[in-house]
Design a protein around this ligand. Structure first.
Ligand code: MCA
Ligand code: AMP
Length: 352
């Protein structure tokens, strides 16, 4: 069980990829906990429309179906109309929030089309509470939202039986401990206070491949892993995520590390510097957005910046919008104030 099963590469805030080493024990404990929590059996028929090069599609969806002996209807992409066509033959759908946003746009989504489905799971990015409620109004079914990350597969889940609270990611899975601490001191915070989410349990990865210092920096002495997610644990035991401490954008369930995009933009002629942020996006949750400062005597043409990145970055990493500005807001230490930029441009995708 301590043998290595997989090394999953995740990008880093400093730009260099890290290989998260997962053992057979990590994967087995996660799979067993999910099968129990979500009542997976061989009678299930899973609608699988996720990519299988990430934990969600591979170690959550496909693994569970295989271990439970269930049937998998394996699709090569997510097409809402095809998924609605197939719901009559399926029992479970697992998806990122964009799946549900797109299903909600189809007039065919109704109690009739979903009546054979016993479970809709959402994860990888925050599901809007309004989409959660709208889905229940349209179908009678409450989406079950869960929370996980590559370094430990799944961490918390809303209950199978019991209240699935919109805006919450639920309670720790079997054998998983979750706590919320002060970022700097690591002191435990009381229920209701916002802080760093830390986790411990049999699913937590062994470390980053050949990066002992990076690994040590992300664990506390008592074995808790510092997730980089910011949240609060309520008196009711449910975890709510309110943001991220790590500089990360999640677009349609894909992680985009701003540093990589900023480096590519800063290398373009006429660019002095840039800041890449995620802004609320009606389809993708967050839209990758570049705020760009020109060099003296130059002007930024947003279209030209987007076109220049086309061959260099994967499609989902390319900015949806580029905003030229004369300078970036900085604090007294000279650090770019991304929170201020997110506030200033909050309506960029929703007001148009
Ligand atoms: C496609 N495009 C995107 C994205 N996907 N742009 C930004 N972000 C994206 N995620 C671009 C396309 O290139 C295209 O560009 C335009 O958007 C429209 O493409 P469309 O046909 O709508 O895209 P799609 O093929 O339908 O893909 C959307 C998708 C997909 C189904 C939401 O992104 C997806 O499968 N996401 C799932 C990612 C995932 O599995 N994450 C789990 C990570 P143009 O208009 O210029 O042509 S594991 C994880 O996070 C942890 C462990 C966890 O908790 O699960
Ligand atoms: P990855 O590094 O691809 O494994 O992505 C893991 C990250 O996705 C987590 O650290 C969270 O920031 C985010 N995430 C996963 N599930 C949820 C969720 N249900 N709500 C909000 N964020 C989530």
């Amino acid at each position: 069980m301590t043998d290595h099963a997989a090394i999953l590469y995740t990008s880093g805030t400093t730009g260099r990829s890290k290989g998260a080493v997962l053992t057979h024990g990590n994967l087995a404990s996660n799979c067993e906990a999910l099968i129990e929590c979500w009542r997976f059996t061989e009678a299930d028929r899973l609608l699988h429309a996720l990519p299988i090069f990430h934990t969600h599609g591979l170690f959550v969806a496909a693994d569970m179906a295989i271990v439970a002996g269930a049937t998998m209807i394996f699709l090569d992409a997510f097409d809402p109309e095809q998924v609605l066509d197939l719901m009559g033959e399926a029992t479970v759908l697992m998806g990122v929030p964009t799946f549900y946003t797109r299903l909600l746009r189809s007039p065919r989504l109704s109690p009739g089309t979903t009546s054979g489905m016993r479970l809709f799971v959402s994860g990888s990015a925050p599901l809007l509470a309004e989409d959660h409620r709208a889905f229940t109004e349209r179908t009678g079914a409450a989406i079950l939202e869960r929370y996980g990350m590559t370094e430990m597969c799944m961490i918390t889940s809303n209950p199978y039986e019991g209240e699935r609270i919109p805006g919450s990611v639920g309670m720790p899975l079997r054998d998983v401990e979750v706590r919320v601490t002060d970022r700097e001191s690591g002191t435990l915070l009381p229920p209701g206070e916002i802080g760093m989410v830390e986790v411990r349990g049999p699913g937590v990865f062994e470390g980053y491949w050949q990066m002992p210092e990076k690994t040590a920096a992300e664990f506390r002495d008592d074995g808790f892993f510092i997730t980089g997610d910011v949240g609060l644990l309520g008196e009711d035991g449910y975890l709510r995520l309110v943001g991220r401490d790590k500089d990360l954008v999640i677009s349609g369930g894909y992680n985009v590390y701003p540093k990589e995009i900023e480096d590519a933009i800063d290398a373009l002629p006429g660019v002095l510097e840039s800041a890449v942020i995620g802004l609320p996006h009606p389809d993708l949750g967050e839209g990758v957005t570049a705020i760009v400062v020109p060099r003296e005597g130059h002007e930024i043409d947003p279209r030209a910046v987007i076109d220049s990145l086309a061959g260099r970055l994967a499609r989902y990493k390319q900015p949806k919008r580029v905003v030229p500005v004369p300078e970036l807001p900085r604090n007294v230490m000279g650090k770019v104030q991304k929170a201020e930029l997110r506030r200033t441009y909050a309506d960029l995708y929703t007001s148009a």
